[in-house]
Design a protein around this ligand. Structure first.
Ligand SMILES: C[S@@+](CC[C@H](N)C(=O)[O-])C[C@H]1O[C@@H](n2cnc3c(N)ncnc32)[C@H](O)[C@@H]1O
Length: 313
């Protein structure tokens, strides 16, 4: 396992933009809906956020974030951090329950940095990687749901092709789905390397290609297995609803479908089609993107798009 490579050097994406938009205050309560390796949570606390509740569906990520916060050099300045941050193993789509259980009626800001973390990608044992062989799992929450190996064992070819086409924007989706179904007929697919070689053979293309031919299919299967787009709109709506007037929600996405959902949901909240009062106002008519300097220094940031909404009274 390559557990040592990612944190603590993992840099949070678009840190200046996030801080400017959330403008954390000493008397404020902020929710980091996707704690991951704790990069943004650390940033918010160091910038003076009074309290942060951090959620992640991945228990391993929370353990890493906890260790990062405890050993942060900035901890010298904020010896009271453990009292100011609560890390919760939860799906962000359950945020309304998480707040209700704590008798919290309004929050001052929220951040959702969507998608997969570098730790999840780098740790071969989690089964996300087409570069490093591991068990075919790919679940962000390893304690719930079915692994990719189980799902691939009985999915029908048409559904699989649709998943690869829609979530991966992969034009060879039908060919790849057919090849996966043929391969599993010979023997169950159990390892990421096996799947990657089936996909590469079906997708074709030479070594001159910039992207590994398995990239899009692995991305699609990850989104599918983790239900990443399901309930995203409802989550964004309920999070805006949980903000106090003037509070802000910042969403960072790495996939065009996620960004489209954020864009449409924010638009619908700012201009409800039934003529009711708007819940928020859009702060980013166009999504913000990382600066050239950030792109160069942090390759993970390259496809990031940031959108923000402010709750109105
Ligand atoms: C891009 S990483 C976040 C990185 C983090 N902002 C940082 O700076 O270290 C996304 C995280 O969101 C988590 N995640 C994805 N979907 C989730 C969901 N529905 N509920 C809670 N956490 C989720 C993943 O497990 C992953 O750890």
């Amino acid at each position: 396992m390559s557990m040592t490579s990612a944190a603590p050097h993992h840099a949070p994406v678009m840190p200046a933009e996030v801080l400017e938009l959330l403008a954390p205050r000493e008397d404020g309560l902020y929710v980091d809906c996707t704690v991951g390796l704790g990069g943004h949570t650390e940033l918010l606390l160091a910038a003076g956020a009074g309290r942060v509740i951090g959620l992640d569906r991945d228990a391993a990520a929370l353990a890493r974030a906890r260790a990062r916060l405890a050993s942060s050099p900035k901890n010298l300045l904020h010896a009271d951090w453990p009292a100011r941050v609560e890390l919760v193993h939860a799906d962000y789509r359950t945020l309304p329950q998480v707040l209700a259980e704590r008798h919290i009626t309004a929050i001052d800001g929220a951040l959702a940095d969507l998608g997969v973390s570098s730790m999840q990608l780098d740790d071969a044992e989690r089964g996300f990687s087409f570069r490093n062989d591991g068990p075919l799992d790919m679940r962000m929450d390893a304690s719930a749901g079915e692994s990719l190996a189980d799902r691939l064992a009985d999915v029908d070819e048409g559904t699989l092709a649709d998943v690869i086409f829609q979530y991966g924007e992969e034009r060879h989706a039908r060919r790849i789905a057919r090849a996966i179904v043929a391969a599993r007929g010979r023997q169950p697919l159990a390892r990421t390397a096996e799947l990657a070689s089936v996909v590469r053979r079906a997708a074709g293309g030479g070594t001159w290609q910039r992207l590994d031919p398995a990239t899009r299919t692995f991305q699609a299967l990850r989104i599918w297995i983790n239900g990443e787009l399901e309930g995203l709109d409802l989550f964004l709506r309920s999070t805006v609803a949980a903000l106090r007037a003037g509070g802000r929600l910042v969403v960072i996405s790495f996939h065009s479908l996620e960004d489209r959902i954020a864009k449409h949901t924010f638009k619908a909240l700012a201009r409800p089609s039934d003529g009711s009062a708007p819940l928020g106002r859009v702060l980013t008519p166009k999504p913000l993107e990382p600066t050239e300097a950030e792109r160069a220094g942090n390759p993970r940031s390259r496809s990031a798009k940031l959108r923000a909404m402010e709750r109105v009274a």
